[in-house]
Design a protein around this ligand. Structure first.
Ligand code: SF4
Ligand code: SF4
Length: 236
């Protein structure tokens, strides 16, 4: 249990949020616990959305800024849907993550975001992704005659659907990609991958930096626009 020392009351964060989110309703929290009961991260590193609100209201800024469980929150917003008072815990957490200097954020998370800004979160060269897709497709053709006409199109201009890809699969378990190719093929879907900005993830959302997050999202979206695909299938 963390002891709360009320003497160093600062409440700067509370003032900040009341200004940046005037409808944040911080003072209305009933401590009912509905947010905590719906939170998938409850109890990880002591995480509890109620605690977050109590710390804010009681001016425990240092506790909030230094807590490990900031990064247990995935900003899924389930707590917001559950809260009878309309309190947006996930949005507070997101802003607070972004206030932390980059060098003090979890290293792996920040590294994934930095790599993402160069193209994908694993740092795999685009040429390797293209090669792996072609190689796995060849294997299917060689070993599964019933799928001899299976396709995994790359940079197909004007395809009806654009498909992004979890970067982990081509790097560590490439055969996992094939299941979705088969489903799309069986459904007669006209689809394509892109040879750049193909990673469906965006770790910059979780590191809390809106500029980085926006940059990666924009690059991904511009890639789809350049191919002229009307529909984006986001697998992440
Ligand atoms: S659900 Fe809302 S009112 Fe209830 S404890 Fe959580 S933040 Fe407070
Ligand atoms: S946004 Fe964060 S605090 Fe709210 S339910 Fe999701 S993980 Fe829990």
């Amino acid at each position: 249990m963390t002891e709360i020392d009320l003497s160093p009351l600062r409440a700067e964060l509370k003032k900040h949020f009341q200004k940046s989110m005037p409808n944040s309703n911080l003072e209305y929290c009933l401590t009912c616990g509905l947010c905590a009961s719906g939170c998938p991260a409850s109890d990880i590193e002591g995480m509890d959305p109620r605690k977050f609100i109590r710390y804010l209201v009681l001016g425990q800024d240092d506790l909030l800024k230094n807590t490990n469980w900031l990064y247990s929150c995935s900003i899924c917003q389930r707590c917001e849907y559950a809260c009878p008072m309309g309190i947006h815990v996930g949005r507070f957490v997101y802003e607070l993550k972004g206030m932390k200097p980059k060098e003090l954020r979890p290293k792996n998370l920040q590294k994934s975001c930095e790599l993402q800004k160069e193209g994908n979160s694993t740092g795999v060269p685009n040429a390797d992704f293209v090669w792996v897709v072609g190689d796995i497709l060849e294997e299917v053709h060689a070993n599964e005659p019933e799928w001899a006409d299976l396709k995994a199109p790359m940079d197909k201009v004007g395809a009806e659907f654009y498909l992004n890809q979890n970067a982990k699969e081509p790097t560590v378990e490439p055969e996992e990609m094939v299941f979705l190719w088969k489903i799309l093929h069986a459904a007669g879907i006209d689809w394509t991958y892109s040879s750049k900005w193909w990673d469906g993830a965006n770790y910059c959302l979780f590191s809390g930096d809106p500029k980085d997050w926006e940059y990666v999202t924009r690059m991904q979206a511009e890639t789809v626009d350049a191919l002229g695909c009307p529909t984006y299938i986001n697998t992440e």
